[in-house]
Design a protein around this ligand. Structure first.
Ligand code: HEC
Length: 285
């Protein structure tokens, strides 16, 4: 079929318009009634869910700030947030995992703007502009390869981002049960705020990654005892850590950095004794 001229298109439109006006249904009352009923159904649904949720409430908590359980629609309310927690793993609701993943991809301070503002804004603008960019009259799916590729590609990319976002390891995840791991973590001597050591769930970036350096016991002991002048690594002896604490955490770093690659080189008896004396026995051997 040859392309219609603008004038022909206008006439065709007018014909269609007149035809619909004669034979179609008027906006009022048909569309209005339709919308009203649909809205009422939605409101009724929400009210029904609310009543169902409320009927599932468990007993009120006995202590202040406690959680009140609910039925399958979720708790009445959760326990009061603890602002002093060091173990909370902040992550968004699942429908924001794709943005969360963008943040993980553009994770350095220089690239942060890409993940938070530039990429999402560009996509949003693209979405608004699309009807103006794609002016092709063709409607058949097989003749619109670019639009189709975008329409299929976009959800795939979003799903992939959502999935990988959901797999993100916990920020400063849980420390293992090895002796000294808790001492290494933020709640202990605070090594985790500067160092990355997977076994301790530590992801600090101020100091070197201990999994990579994997220092032996003597090196670790020296650094922790004396620190290193001119760097952020301070002397823990000067900071008031006990000799047992230092020996325990030095043994721990030597033994368990890099997934335990050098565990055999550590004097296990001394390691166990120091951590026991420091009150930092592990829960696993
Ligand atoms: C305020 C940040 C900070 C804290 C807290 C911190 N460190 Fe460090 N640490 C550093 C820096 C920076 C270096 C690198 C020093 C250098 O330039 O050699 C370092 C170096 C080290 C090294 C030497 C690694 C090697 O093989 O060269 C060890 C081991 C180490 N730290 C263990 C610990 C332990 C264990 C703790 C907790 C008791 C701790 N650090 C606390 C910042 C810190």
């Amino acid at each position: 079929m040859p392309r219609m001229t603008a004038r022909e298109r206008r006439e065709a439109y007018q014909r269609e318009y007149q035809f619909q006006k004669k034979t179609g249904k008027p906006f009022f009352p048909y569309a209005v009634l339709h919308d009203t009923i649909t809205s009422l159904v939605v409101v009724a649904l929400i009210m029904g869910l609310t009543i169902l949720w409320h009927s599932g409430f468990g007993p009120a908590p006995t202590e202040a700030g406690g959680e009140r359980p609910g039925g399958f629609l979720g708790p009445a309310y959760e326990a009061q947030a603890d602002p002093g927690t060091a173990s909370y793993d902040p992550r968004p609701e699942w429908y924001f995992f794709f943005l969360f993943q963008l943040l993980r991809i553009f994770s350095t301070p220089e690239l942060l703007l890409f993940g938070t503002i530039i990429v999402p804004t560009m996509l949003m603008v693209l979405m608004l502009a699309w009807p103006f960019l794609d002016r092709g009259p063709e409607r058949r799916v097989s003749r619109r390869p670019v639009s189709m590729a975008l329409a299929i590609g976009t959800p795939i990319v979003l799903l992939a981002l959502t999935w990988s976002g959901s797999q993100a390891p916990a920020v400063g995840g849980a420390a293992s049960g090895h002796a000294g791991a808790a001492l290494f973590a933020d709640t202990g001597l605070g090594c985790a705020s500067c160092h990355t050591l997977k076994d301790a769930g530590a992801s600090g970036t101020v100091g070197p990654v201990l999994d990579t350096l994997n220092p032996d016991y003597k090196t670790a002991l020296d650094f922790i005892t004396n620190g290193k002048a001119g760097t952020a690594m301070q002397s823990y002896k000067a900071k008031g850590a006990t000799a047992d604490q230092i020996a325990c955490v030095a043994s721990y770093v030597a033994a368990w950095a890099n997934g335990g690659a050098k565990a055999a080189s550590v004097d296990q008896a001394k390691y166990a004794a120091a951590c026991k004396a420091a009150g930092a026995d592990g829960t696993t051997k």
